[in-house]
Design a protein around this ligand. Structure first.
Ligand code: PGA
Length: 254
């Protein structure tokens, strides 16, 4: 059975005190939920919070992810945070290639190849983000765009390494806008991603791949999106900043 994941991406929000309270509240709520073996909950706080958040979360309930990592292993790269450092803090995964990183920080597929490599080398599960912009969907290029994002950054991996990746489909026009992709639009793209992966790595690898949907997921729409056969959970931005709404979204995947 493939893994289902609900991951909260806090982005650049909260100060440590607030983040610790949020993580502790999420952890407490999760103690009352019997999570099946194949369901994982992840939170991705800002780097500055990770060490503190680790202290108030139980690994068997919620694991911690970085929102990004450096391309390089270590050395003279002022201001960067290495995958190895995230691992050293207890993180088990890292978000790579979020559209905000691609748009505001110029992250290209070439850069993402290196990030995926260093994440895997340090035993972090990459949550690799892809997704088209509004004008790309409007000009009917969305499949092409997502296919190249995935093939350029991931298809150099061996089958074994690829099987450690999670993909998050996040249409850029749905992120933080309140506009969600319809469940049909999400399903159509997720099925396309699985097919693309299947033609490169084979059916078994594709069937085992967890594909998350992201973009304005809220408690009110989570259940219908997660009910689609190729949607294996979500990457949640805004709604992960309140324990109640995040937990309601976790419940929607069960
Ligand atoms: P959103 O963000 O839920 O606030 O739209 C999702 C994301 O960017 O991962």
């Amino acid at each position: 059975m493939r893994k289902k994941i609900v991951a909260g991406n806090w982005k650049m929000n909260t100060i440590v005190r607030e983040g610790v309270a949020l993580a502790a509240a999420v952890n407490t709520e999760l103690k009352n939920i019997d999570l099946p073996e194949n369901v994982k909950v992840i939170i991705a706080p800002p780097f500055t919070h990770i060490a503190f958040v680790e202290q108030v979360t139980d690994e068997n309930k919620v694991t911690v992810a970085g929102q990004n990592c450096a391309t390089e292993e270590e050395g003279a790269y002022t201001g960067e945070v290495a995958a190895k450092m995230l691992k050293g803090l207890g993180c088990s995964s890292v978000i790579i290639g979020h559209s905000e990183r691609r748009t505001y920080y110029g992250e290209t597929s070439e850069i993402l190849v290196k990030k995926v490599y260093t994440a895997l080398k340090n035993d972090l599960m990459p949550i690799f983000c892809c997704g088209e912009k509004l004008e790309e969907r409007e000009s009917n290029k969305h499949f092409e765009v997502v296919e190249s994002q995935i093939s350029e950054a991931l298809f150099h991996l061996s089958k074994e390494d690829f099987s450690k990746i999670v993909i998050a489909y996040e249409p850029v026009w749905a992120i933080g806008t309140g506009v969600t992709a319809s469940k049909e639009q999400a399903e159509e793209m997720h099925a396309f991603i699985r097919k693309t992966v299947s033609s490169h790595y084979g059916k078994e690898t594709a069937d085992n791949l967890t594909i998350l949907y992201g973009g304005s997921v809220k408690p009110a729409n989570a259940k219908e999106i997660f009910s689609m056969p190729n949607v294996d959970g979500g990457l949640i931005g805004g709604a992960s900043l309140k324990a109640d709404s995040f937990i309601d979204i976790v419940k929607a995947v069960l």
